[in-house]
Design a protein around this ligand. Structure first.
Ligand SMILES: Nc1ncnc2c1ncn2[C@@H]1O[C@H](COP(=O)(O)OP(=O)(O)OP(=O)(O)O)[C@@H](O)[C@H]1O
Length: 570
């Protein structure tokens, strides 16, 4: 029985819950002391050979896939007693719980959730894996308002999960296996729920729900007008009529959002989402047991929200504001736990005591000084960096850097293209010291910062990817972004702002990162700090004047601040 089997090498900390696909336990990796989640698969799944075959293949891909929008997959363990999936532990709340306790999120936060999910789905689909069970229960939102998709590919796809039925694409009701187009349908259905509080077809039982998904018109009248076309496209009945990829739906989303809500929609939406996540974390919650597989399938949240009167909504809002303030302290206190697992599996050192909210920096200059001093005091950290681009140029890197306020950061990293079949998808080590980059591609080679004329060979391409990752992940980048922002907004431990591109380009260190985007590009950022004011994550979105089609997103997670490193030329 799965209930009595425990994966060796992990100490259970607490039960997180049990869903359709299994029992979920927070645990500690005994070797690396990293917090993880162990999902013990339901017997129905691990005894299903078709599931096993498919999941083994997906697990091999997922173990190599790193994306800030996906709960990091670590390992799939099989034994005669059961099977378990080991993943990253996310300190946060599920979107299901957020919707359950807070109701609709408002359009900007809904767009941030939808956009973040599409970005993660694009990474998955590029790797030829479908999520297969996208639903609010499988979107986890951390304290900075960043969503991560959990439970990737953990589904038989046989439609036996009644709770997922509200998001299930028409073709799945007809027996097709889950594919990318079904993921787009599910993500759009969840977007509708974020906007309205109800999934698109909130009907009573499986057969009328199946009929609605197959035949009923999408009810877009209740949605904000500028977002209707997005929903109609994502919920097209025929998979072939939906957008051709998550990236193309994301482009449409960005264009619609910018036209309707202005250039700062994303920063505002993330801010709102972080507030909602904080209020959710502070709201007592007892999830309802999942509906019986053939029972009513309308979202368990639906009935409750439909009955909410205006008075109740006002009281709930007031309570949420109070709780958000209370939750802020709690989230900050725990923020060290949320750092990405270190590149070498070493968890971050223990946090210093939480400062009070009134002691936090309030202006861009004060924040930059506080972060710079904190980082210089620790001197080194692990980082995981990813640059997602609409059309090529994607880069992933993971490693360690050393930081001083005066000089450029020295970095020792592994760098690669996360795009499948890209000629640079092979992982290569690079060491960057001052103006020199050393790349280990067919033996170590030294590449000067200003390359000689001539065709770029692989070593030089990797050197340029590593240089971008170094500056993209750098503390200098955070400081330049914060300093060039006319104002910053704080929500919990996350600061958001909009930086001035011209100032960034003039910056002697990170300028070369932004120069190619040209005048008129829009730079929005959000940086999450720990209680010790050390950076934990950074997200930067650069939208050139040419629009969303050329949009680039840089994301970096930091951990292991204060580790001792010595980065030397190889
Ligand atoms: N990686 C994770 N980090 C933190 N919490 C998690 C993680 N994965 C799941 N959880 C939490 O564990 C609980 C149970 O998760 P589970 O996946 O079983 O729920 P579910 O999605 O409702 O079920 P299912 O997908 O199996 O139908 C949920 O509260 C979920 O938020």
């Amino acid at each position: 029985m799965t209930d009595i089997w425990a994966v060796p090498g992990f100490t259970h900390v607490r039960e997180l819950g049990a869903g359709h696909s299994g029992r979920v336990v927070q645990a500690m990796d005994d070797l690396t002391r990293t917090p993880v989640v162990v999902k013990y698969l339901d017997e129905r799944l691990w005894r299903d050979e078709r599931f096993q075959d498919r999941f083994r293949a997906d697990a091999r891909v997922l173990a190599r896939l790193e994306d800030p929008g996906l709960v990091q997959f670590y390992e799939y363990v099989e034994s005669p007693q059961g099977a378990a999936v080991i993943t990253e532990f996310v300190e946060g709340v599920s979107l299901a719980r957020l919707l359950d306790t807070q109701g609709p999120t408002g359009p900007l936060a809904a767009l941030v959730i939808f956009g973040g999910s599409l970005m993660a789905l694009e990474a998955l689909h590029e790797a030829r894996v479908a999520h297969g069970a996208y639903s609010p229960a499988n979107v986890l939102i951390d304290g900075s308002g960043t969503g991560k998709l959990a439970d990737v590919a953990v589904t038989t796809g046989d439609g036996s999960d009644a709770r997922g039925a509200s998001y299930r694409a028409p073709e799945l009701w007809d027996g097709a296996l889950p594919g990318p187009a079904a993921d787009l349908y599910a993500a759009t259905a969840v977007f509708v729920e974020c906007l309205t509080g109800l999934p698109p077809f909130a009907t009573k039982n499986l057969s009328s729900l199946a009929k609605a998904h197959r035949n009923e018109q999408v009810p877009v009248q209740a949605l904000p007008e500028p977002l209707r076309a997005l929903v109609s496209a994502g919920l097209a009945k025929h998979p072939g009529d939906r957008p051709s990829s998550a990236a193309s739906l994301l482009t449409a989303l960005d264009e619609a959002a910018t036209a309707a809500y202005g250039a700062t929609w994303e920063a505002q939406g993330r801010h709102r989402l972080a507030e909602l996540a904080a209020a959710t974390a502070a709201t007592p919650y007892a999830p309802k047991p999942p509906p019986r597989d053939n029972g009513p399938v309308a979202s368990p949240r639906a009935g409750r929200r439909r009955r909410r009167g205006p008075l109740l909504a006002t009281v709930a809002l007031a309570l949420a504001v109070i709780l958000a303030i209370a939750a802020f302290v709690g989230l900050r206190a725990r923020s060290d736990d949320t750092a990405a697992p270190a590149a070498n599996g070493t968890p971050a050192p223990t946090a210093t005591p939480t400062p009070t909210a009134t002691g936090l920096p309030q202006t861009p200059a004060a924040l930059a000084d506080a972060i710079g001093n904190a980082a210089a005091g620790r001197g080194a950290a692990n980082f995981a960096h990813r640059r997602d681009a609409c059309c090529g140029n994607a880069t992933a890197a993971r490693g360690v850097f050393s930081f001083t306020l005066a000089g450029p950061m020295a970095s020792d990293m592994t760098v690669w293209s996360p795009v499948r079949r890209d000629p640079y998808a092979r992982r290569v080590r690079a060491v960057l010291i001052d103006e020199t980059t050393y790349v280990a591609f067919r033996g170590w080679r030294e590449v000067p910062a200003v390359p000689r004329a001539g065709r770029a060979d692989a070593t030089r391409v990797y050197a340029s990817m590593a240089a971008q990752a170094r500056w993209g992940a750098s503390v200098h980048n955070i400081l330049a972004l914060v300093r060039s922002s006319p104002e910053i907004r704080r929500s919990g431990s996350t600061y958001t702002g909009t930086a001035a591109l011209a100032d960034l380009v003039r910056d002697g260190t990170v300028g070369r990162l932004y120069a190619p985007f040209g005048a008129g590009a829009r730079v929005a950022f959000s940086v999450r700090v720990g209680a010790d004011l050390l950076p934990r994550s950074l997200q930067v979105t650069v939208t050139p004047r040419s629009g969303a089609r050329a949009r680039q997103v840089f994301r970096t997670n930091y951990s292991g601040w204060g580790r001792s490193v010595s980065i030397k030329a190889p």
